[in-house]
Ligand binder design. Structure first.
Ligand code: F6R
Length: 622
């Protein structure tokens, strides 16, 4: 949420910043801007809208600047207009910065700064930080006498002093006009990575903006600052204690973040699922012995298998995966499991008895609500595990141990491949835990053999893309949809509804199919498509009953059924089939046509699938 990129090196900064911002545009796209440091002045260009709008206003002569900062915004404070777009200057014009996060006490700080004589131009919380740093910088200069050299220490102190006053979250890249040879990056609660190239540095909120320049990076932890100069970089805490940071290898490659012939990242990521699921499973599943090996948590399995209770916390799509996980953990491992909205967890003063295992599920590993839940669980003494996609992300580094999804970068704002991989990881965990409790070897072998077949079966579903597009087309003028499933396919119904909502802007609700008759059935008309997930499973007969109830009231049905199920055809206005598999693993198949349905509906409606209205990838504000 909000993308930051900053360049310090010898090449023209402007094209590097623009390219970096394009790679980060999925983090926010309501306005954008850059500040270039050149000939003793800042040249700042800002505009509402996309990075392409920003490109339109850039003059070519700014190719001379070799230092600069850039930002693509997802608005929190103040509407997305030019004034509120980042970078923000302080009142004196000496400090300029870009910010990702939220300054919670900005109103009181602003009041105080205004009393001190500072002037503000924008409605943002960010401008307060710029002015606060400017205020302390000027104070330091005044104290040391105006003729004292404008050295780096004063800039550094000013940043440190300002940040002690600030409550909230931030990833910041900051420049000072008096100190053109230094750039500062600092983070708390929002991600910030330093890419270390040869005589050049890129500070960014995610690796996608760095990988083109270098694969070597330093992942900053909370309350750490980095100082980039021509001579190298230094890291210390905001309280001025030096810290040694190791260089890490960025694990993503350039082709993983390119469209590679697809029209949209979402389309690419749906299509990638067979291959990334293979990567997720390979080397982890030992079918012959009915066991699972998950390197990151192998040492935790013993504790996990003995736990009396598992709590999972996540948001959005990851929460839906958690609901599938709850079912799998209870059914296969017989461990009482609850799934919490991460955003609500900490407000309940949660009870975590001794021995509770807490599992955070997050694609980005940066979701602020999930991170807050992780911190809460840690404070209360739980063993905290993570199921995370982005290597080196904050949640991955904060949890005691974890499992990576291994699906590569997910750039489409609507999550797809992360969901299927989250379910695959939860299935592996549940089977191994079951095996260590009371699941027989034969049952585990059978489940794992079926699990290894899933990628191939997902591949078969892809062939129905045109058929699914026609279904989307036929229903495109319907503004309200229902998604209905039972058991393990209830979370899939929720996920199908969420996908449709977020990219098609169609109102959709996901419900347990049997709940419909307790109220929502009143909505059924021939104008409301009801999508049923009615595969061959233990609830099959019951869900047919629910379909009958809808049809009896003139409702139109789109049914996701098992291949070869001819009986169900009579109930379907539109039928989509998925290959058969064991009931516990069906969500990895049944969700795929729903992802495709949402994708096609959005395309047919002419929406920008990868940049849906009001949304952004990686929600780093609470
Ligand atoms: C929906 C979607 C969101 C995310 C949610 C959690 O398509 O992408 O609902 O699933 O914001 O994000 P992560 O998994 O990064 O914690």
């Amino acid at each position: 949420m909000c993308g930051i990129v900053a360049y310090f090196g010898k090449k023209p900064a402007q094209p590097i910043l623009i390219e970096g911002l394009k790679r980060l545009e999925y983090r926010g796209y309501d306005s954008a801007g850059i500040a270039l440091l050149k000939n003793g002045r800042f040249d700042i260009y800002k505009t509402p809208g996309r990075i392409s709008n920003l490109e339109d206003i850039l003059p070519p002569e700014d190719l001379q600047a070799t230092v600069g900062i850039g930002h693509t915004r997802w608005a929190t404070h103040g509407e997305p207009n030019t004034v509120n777009a980042h970078p923000h200057l302080d009142d004196t014009g000496k400090i300029v910065l870009v910010h990702n996060g939220i300054i919670e006490n900005y109103a009181s700080l602003k009041k105080w700064l205004i009393k001190e004589g500072c002037q503000f131009r924008s409605q943002t919380d960010t401008e307060v930080v710029a002015n606060l740093i400017g205020y302390f910088y000027e104070k330091n200069c005044a104290r040391d006498g105006q003729n004292a050299p404008k050295d780096r220490n004063r800039f550094e102190w000013a940043v440190q002093e300002a940040l002690t006053e600030v409550h909230g979250t931030y990833g910041l890249a900051i420049m000072c006009l008096d100190c053109p040879n230094v750039m500062i990056g600092v983070k708390k609660g929002s991600p910030l990575i330093l890419g270390v190239g040869e005589n050049e540095y890129v500070i960014a909120s995610d690796a996608a903006a760095i990988i083109e320049h270098t694969s070597q990076a330093v992942y900053l932890s909370d309350n750490e600052m980095v100082f980039v100069t021509e001579g190298g970089f230094e890291t210390k805490t905001v309280t001025n204690i030096e810290v040694r940071k190791e260089l890490s290898e960025i694990e993503i490659s350039l082709d993983q973040i390119e469209l590679e012939g697809f029209d949209h990242y979402m389309q690419k990521e749906i299509a990638e699922q067979p291959q990334v699921l293979e990567t997720c499973l390979n080397g982890r599943v030992d079918v012959k012995n009915g066991r699972v090996i998950l390197g990151g948590i192998q040492n935790q399995f013993r504790i996990l298998a003995r736990t009396k209770r598992v709590i999972m916390a996540a948001c959005g799509t990851a929460w839906h995966a958690g609901l599938v996980g709850e079912f799998l953990f209870e059914q296969l491992a017989r461990i009482p499991t609850e799934v919490e909205y991460a955003s609500e967890f900490r407000y309940r003063n949660p009870i975590l008895e001794e021995g509770t295992i807490f599992i955070a599920i997050s694609q980005s590993g940066e979701t602020a609500d999930t991170l807050a839940a992780v911190e809460q669980a840690k404070e209360r003494g739980a063993t905290v595990l993570g199921i995370v996609n982005v290597v080196g992300s904050t949640i991955a580094r904060t949890t005691d141990a974890g499992v990576y999804l291994r699906v590569g970068p997910e750039i489409g704002v609507a999550s797809t491949k992360a969901f299927t991989a989250q379910v695959a990881v939860l299935a592996m965990l549940a089977i191994e835990l079951g095996r260590r409790r009371h699941l027989g070897a034969d049952a585990a072998q059978y489940l794992l053999r079926e699990l290894m077949q899933i990628p191939q079966k997902v591949r078969r579903i892809m062939a129905q893309s045109d058929h699914i597009r026609r279904i989307a087309q036929a229903n495109i003028d319907r503004e309200n949809w229902l998604f209905l499933g039972r058991g393990l396919n209830y979370p899939v119904a929720l996920e199908g509804a969420l996908k449709l909502k977020e990219i098609s802007y169609i109102h959709a609700e996901g419900l347990p199919a049997a709940e419909m008759k307790h109220g929502p059935i009143a909505l059924i008309t021939d104008r409301m498509p009801a999508v049923f997930i009615a595969t061959k499973c233990s609830h099959y007969e019951k869900i047919i009953g629910n379909i009958e109830e809808v049809r009896a009231r003139g409702g139109k049905t789109i049914i996701i059924a098992t291949e070869g199920d001819d009986h169900i055809r009579q109930y379907a206005d539109h039928l989509i089939t998925v290959p058969d598999t064991v009931e516990q693993l069906q969500p990895m198949l049944t969700v795929v046509p729903l992802q495709m349905l949402a994708y096609h509906a959005a395309v047919v409606r002419g929406h920008d699938v990868d940049k849906p209205r009001n949304l952004a990838k990686s929600v780093t504000v609470e």
